[in-house]
Design a protein around this ligand. Structure first.
Ligand SMILES: [Fe+2]
Length: 311
């Protein structure tokens, strides 16, 4: 019962051209030949793709694709998820081929967020060449990064990811965004790791699911230099900053958040903590950020208060 890593992301969008611009010109991902079914594919490393962009009428993270070790592990996971009452749908061989995997199935978490699980991954020998000169991303055994989902029924979602799927608790905080007084019960969060050194490959936040079915996804650059250059590109290209540069307490990532064309955020960072999953003891941080990370809504509130004070 083990999840290896986050392998790929599937996005449905009515704006594939904007996603192309976002991924190639801001992120530095490498476009590769479209899938046989017409989806656009982008690499950030040796995996055949990490982003699969499908054209559709919605704007949403269709699925986060997580890898398991073997056909047996995939079958066992499929059974556990079905036994837990979640619908599962096997991918066809053609669909698996288009994903560069041996086999996969689709399902969703208790909040309806899309997931795919697969085994048998595909790498390419063709070198990764970023169209804007990004030297690479921190991936390897730790996967492409992480995905964060909302959980209206926090305990149900936590049980699903931890007890049914097989993620492990890394940090289990409760965050108070409104001062922590009697009127502020706080929001539960769960940062869960797979069987690799990334601090979390999935995280859950207590609250309603947004239309995009995702809070944010995260990619890791190899240095602060690359984060800074990406921040410049965000401004030059006119994409919205969702949170300013900052550093998280729990995974120590230094980075910022930018709004993707589909409405959820992309966190780009560096210097993320690498844990030993075999010996990790669960933490309960009380704050999100050591410094920085002013959220767009906080800035809007402050600007409004400043404008009112100036009247
Ligand atoms: Fe994150």
């Amino acid at each position: 019962m083990a999840i290896k890593a986050l392998g790929y992301l599937v996005v449905t969008t009515a704006q594939p051209a904007d996603w192309h611009r976002f991924l190639t010109q801001l992120v530095g991902a490498m476009p590769v030949a479209d899938a046989a079914d017409g989806a656009s594919l982008y690499r950030i490393d040796a995996r055949v793709f990490r982003f699969r962009i499908e054209s559709g009428s919605q704007e949403r993270l269709q699925a986060a694709g997580y890898e398991v070790d073997s056909a047996e592990a995939l079958a066992a996971l499929r059974q556990r998820i079905a036994d837990a009452g979640r619908a599962v749908e096997d991918g066809t061989p053609e669909q698996a081929g288009a994903r560069g995997v041996a086999a996969f199935f689709r399902t969703s978490d208790p909040a309806g967020n899309g997931l795919e699980f697969y085994h048998g991954d595909a790498r390419t020998d063709a070198p990764f060449v970023s169209p804007i000169g990004v030297p690479g991303f921190v991936t390897g055994d730790m996967g492409l990064g992480h995905a964060v989902f909302c959980a209206p029924d926090f305990e149900a979602s936590l049980r699903f990811y931890r007890d049914v799927v097989g993620f492990h608790e890394t940090d289990m905080p409760r965050f108070h965004f409104n001062g922590g007084g009697p009127d502020d019960p706080g929001m539960g969060f769960a940062f869960l790791h797979a069987d690799n050194g990334r601090h979390h490959s999935v995280a859950l936040g207590e609250g309603p699911v947004p239309p995009s079915a995702c809070v944010h996804i995260m990619l890791e650059y190899p240095s602060l230099l690359e984060v800074g250059k990406a921040h410049d590109r965000m401004k030059a290209l006119g994409y919205d900053e969702s949170a300013t540069l900052g550093q998280h307490y729990n995974d120590e990532t230094v980075g910022f958040y930018v709004r993707t064309p589909s409405g959820f955020d992309l966190e780009v960072g560096c210097d993320s903590l690498v844990i030993d999953p075999a010996t990790w003891e669960v933490t309960r941080h009380e704050g999100i950020s050591v410094w920085g990370h002013e959220w767009a809504w906080q800035k809007a509130l402050r600007d409004a208060q400043d404008a009112q004070a100036a009247e």
